[in-house]
Design a protein around this ligand. Structure first.
Ligand code: ADP
Ligand code: MG
Length: 238
């Protein structure tokens, strides 16, 4: 079970509070979008789930376990960043296999997992190529593949589409939705783009100034925005 919970979580950097009393219960297999303007604390929330930052106060649960203080590699998570740096000197296969090799998976197991994942993402004919021989969209799919090949229970995605052009963004958005339907894992997806949020999320948490302004299904937010901030943010053009 890969439920993720924030229980009265605060984060301060020195004296500056960037996350204020966040409680959030993300269901197993849910696609939860964290949306809000730049600097509102989205990445910090995600990084606390990943273990790249620790809460100043409060607890984060993955499954039934409080993960405060647990090393990132011992959390059952995979993360896709905005700057999906691939290893330039490695083939697509080796890029995807790298994390499995580090974790000492058997060779035959690595081969099968990489090939299965590549097939899911339409990368099966590109496994021998180097990143510079790929298009931007193909590179982005390799970055996704590198994360999902590990079969983590929770996927953390931080603005994974923001470096793509408009057409590729729409295409990759659809890819991620399909992928989520296929792999049935919990996804926490961070974006500043309300259109992305409204089209992708099962539920959306709207964040501003480190505070959750509203949590709900896209239609609920649209029909009944909780306050002027949500109304303005959801209603504004991207
Ligand atoms: P978002 O992802 O929504 O743009 P962030 O979570 O990256 O926002 O940042 C929220 C706030 O916290 C920003 O004001 C940012 O400058 C600050 N911040 C983030 N990380 C650190 C850090 N390691 N040290 C100090 N301040 C930070
Ligand atoms: Mg961010």
């Amino acid at each position: 079970m890969a439920r993720v919970q924030f229980d009265h979580v605060y984060k301060r950097f020195n004296k500056t509070e960037v996350v204020h009393d966040i409680s959030l219960d993300i269901q197993d297999k849910e696609f939860l979008v964290l949306v809000g303007p730049s600097g509102c604390g989205k990445s910090t929330c995600l990084r606390m789930v990943a273990g790249l930052e620790e809460p100043t106060e409060g607890d984060i649960y993955i499954g039934d376990r409080i993960v405060n203080g647990v090393d990132p590699k011992d959390r059952d998570i995979a993360m896709v960043f905005q700057n999906y740096a691939l290893y330039p000197h490695m083939t697509v296969f080796d890029n995807m296999a790298f994390g499995l090799k580090l974790r000492h998976f058997p060779k035959a197991d690595i081969k099968k997992r990489v090939e299965d994942t590549a097939a899911t993402l339409g990368l099966e004919n590109l496994l021998k190529r180097k990143p510079k021989e790929l298009s931007g969209g193909q590179r982005q799919r390799v970055a996704l593949g590198r994360a999902i090949v590990r079969e983590a229970q929770v996927f953390l995605m931080d603005e994974p589409l923001s470096n793509l052009d408009a057409k590729l963004r729409v295409e990759t958005r659809a890819n991620i939705i399909k992928l989520h339907q296929n792999i049935q894992k919990t996804v926490i997806y961070v974006t500043h783009d309300q259109v992305e949020a409204m089209t992708m999320g099962d539920r959306i948490a709207v964040l501003n100034g480190g505070i959750i302004q509203q949590l709900g299904a896209p239609q609920e937010l649209y029909d009944h925005p909780a306050n002027l901030f949500v109304a303005g943010f959801i209603g504004s053009p991207s």
